[in-house]
Design a protein around this ligand. Structure first.
Ligand SMILES: NC(=O)c1ccc[n+]([C@@H]2O[C@H](COP(=O)([O-])OP(=O)(O)OC[C@H]3O[C@@H](n4cnc5c(N)ncnc54)[C@H](OP(=O)(O)O)[C@@H]3O)[C@@H](O)[C@H]2O)c1
Length: 278
């Protein structure tokens, strides 16, 4: 297991161990039960004795650097006689995303390595979706508009990776899209019994101090681009009662906060207008 100190890597390693696998983690900062493994330091890439390698993508860099890292590890796997490589990629539906090319290039590397392989095309993390869906004064707000995301919790992706790695022969030369049921921010708000307002991405704390772009209160068909939506952004939804809020909070499963936030994407929500949902 690479990336043993990362969110997905640590969860996958834990799932493997719970399942009884003799799993070892690799990390740039190894602790007890993990070994030193830094894709940028080829001398650290010793995979002798590894039967199945779970390669967690190391994605927060320019594409050529990411692909270079993955190439180094796949080369080491071939050299050291690894029997099977499991690579965590990005969902097929993510082909338009900026970080998809490095994933697809790595998939080609893995397939061309000559080693048996399995590719797990992971959906976007539900934690990222939750991170941009915030409580506002009297409801929730997000930059998602009416767009739906088939997000998946990292924990679920970790269990899928562990299941494959524990029995790799069953999953040889298979590509799995691991995605959830598409859901909109409006549908989450409906479950909470509160209104949803669409804001601009800049309003989430990622840069601009502009508070709004347009308004949306529901996942149901609506005219988010209505003339009113292009106005001042006044929002006239009725205030939910505190009883509504507490009932809504107890009705849904609140994910555990991630141990670490992904370092890319955006800064922490800093508007001070609400708290993050996950
Ligand atoms: N599906 C999605 O929504 C989504 C979103 C964002 C990112 N991703 C991808 O999924 C991966 C895992 O996500 P995550 O949330 O677990 O990220 P994370 O917690 O930030 O972990 C990043 C991982 O990359 C490893 N890494 C980075 N540079 C490395 C290097 N030079 N050598 C070896 N390992 C290196 C780290 O390992 P150590 O710290 O243990 O050395 C760590 O496991 C990311 O790296 C990214 O490629 C997916």
């Amino acid at each position: 297991m690479t990336g043993a100190n990362g969110n997905l890597g640590s969860a996958t390693l834990a799932a493997l161990r719970v399942g009884g696998a003799a799993a070892t983690g690799g990390s740039r900062t190894p602790g007890e039960g993990t070994r030193h493994l830094d894709f940028d330091d080829r001398t650290s890439l010793d995979l002798t004795g590894v039967s199945t390698l779970v390669l967690i993508s190391a994605g927060y860099a320019e594409d050529d650097q990411v692909v270079g890292r993955h190439t180094a590890l796949v080369d080491a796997a071939v050299r050291d006689g690894v029997d099977h490589v499991v690579y965590t990629s990005v969902t097929t539906a993510g082909d338009h995303l900026g970080f998809a090319p490095a994933h697809r290039a790595t998939e080609r590397l893995v397939r061309a390595s000559g080693l048996p392989w399995t590719i797990l095309r992971n959906g976007l993390y539900a934690e990222l979706f939750g991170g941009l869906l915030m409580w506002a004064d009297d409801g929730v707000e997000s930059p998602f508009g009416n767009g739906a995301l088939a997000a998946v919790a990292r924990e679920d992706l970790a269990h899928a990776a562990a299941a494959v790695a524990a029995n790799p022969a069953r999953h040889r030369e298979r590509v799995y899209d691991l995605v959830g049921t598409p859901i909109t921010a409006g549908q989450v708000a409906d479950r909470l019994g509160v209104p949803h307002r669409t804001i601009g991405l800049g309003s989430t704390g990622a840069g601009s101090s502009t508070r709004r772009q347009d308004s949306c209160r529901s996942s149901r068909p609506c005219s988010c681009r209505s003339p009113r939506a292009s106005g001042t952004g006044s929002w006239t939804a009725p205030l939910p009662t505190s009883r509504n809020f507490s009932a809504a909070r107890s009705a849904i499963h609140w994910p555990r906060p991630s141990r670490r936030l992904p370092p890319h994407g955006r800064k922490q929500a800093s508007s001070g207008s609400g708290r993050r949902l996950a």
